[in-house]
Design a protein around this ligand. Structure first.
Ligand code: DGL
Length: 270
């Protein structure tokens, strides 16, 4: 039997936080990771452009790779393109959306914070989730692309700017009644879990969607056995490396993907 193959997709390295959970629960699967750094950050793009870009990119990738299931490991994309993708594709598409429901259930003081990209904060789908699952509690919001970039830098091995993080979270840190639960509504943010918790002196619960996505993948693909070829995970990016700085970053990212078990990181030409 052919080993199942799953594609994890994001604009950058954020999807690695989802990959970790998905792989832990579904170890006998071959993973591909595609990140669209040519158009990073997604949280700043126009809706129509994003829909067209993601649809074209994924259709192109699927034309040359045998994939059984796609995980859109990006809240900014999932809150917008899931329906369109499902109309175009015949394989299951699993999306990642902000974990408002579990956060609302976990909160003791009735104040939760949604930390996401500017795009995810303003999406109708996010408003729908808040109205449906957190109608009776206070939901504070911070939309930050800077925080996404901090996560990218950390994964590229650059020194972490804790002061910058502190500044991003200041609107909540200065409050008398701080949120006791945060929704990490961008897949880059679980990569900064410890740093974020530190800002709250660890007196905060952090919630993300990783485990729920892993369960969904398991449900859709079923129990897998160890295949003949496993651990051949491959990663791809979409922005050609031209400058010296880009070359250095790409070498650092190669190292990062290696630590997550990927055997290669290559340029994918659409
Ligand atoms: N990781 C992404 C998300 O979950 C996107 C970040 C970005 O490209 O703005 O929203």
């Amino acid at each position: 039997m052919l080993i199942k193959q799953v594609l994890i997709f994001d604009s950058g390295v954020g999807g690695l936080s989802v990959f970790q959970d998905v792989q832990q629960q579904n170890p006998y699967i071959n993973y591909f990771y595609l990140f669209d750094n040519a158009y990073f950050p997604y949280g700043e793009l126009e809706d129509d452009f994003l829909i067209t870009r993601i649809t074209e990119l994924l259709l192109s990738f699927l034309a040359t790779h045998r994939i059984d299931l796609i995980v859109i490991a990006c809240n900014s994309a999932s809150t917008l393109v899931l329906q369109v993708l499902r109309e175009h594709l015949s394989i299951p598409v699993v999306g990642v959306v902000p974990a408002i429901k579990p956060a609302a259930q976990l909160s003791k003081n009735g104040v939760i914070g949604l930390l996401a990209t500017p795009a995810t904060i303003k999406r109708n789908y996010t408003t729908f989730l808040i109205n449906k699952f957190a109608a009776n509690i206070e939901v504070l919001k911070i939309g930050s692309t800077e925080l996404v970039k901090l996560a990218e830098e950390k994964m590229a091995g650059l020194p972490f700017d804790q002061k910058c993080l502190q500044k991003i979270l200041a609107p909540w840190l200065l409050l008398q009644k701080r949120p006791d639960t945060l929704v990490l509504g961008c897949t880059h943010f679980p990569l900064l879990k410890n740093e974020i918790a530190n800002c709250f002196k660890n007196k905060v619960q952090l919630v993300d969607s990783g485990k729920a996505i892993a369960n969904r993948v398991h449900q859709l693909l079923g129990e897998q056995r160890r295949g003949e070829v496993s651990n051949q995970h491959r990663a791809y990016y979409t922005k050609p490396v031209v400058t010296l700085c880009e070359t250095q970053k790409s070498v650092a990212l190669q190292r990062c993907f290696l630590t997550y078990g990927f055997i290669s990181l290559d340029y994918y030409r659409v």
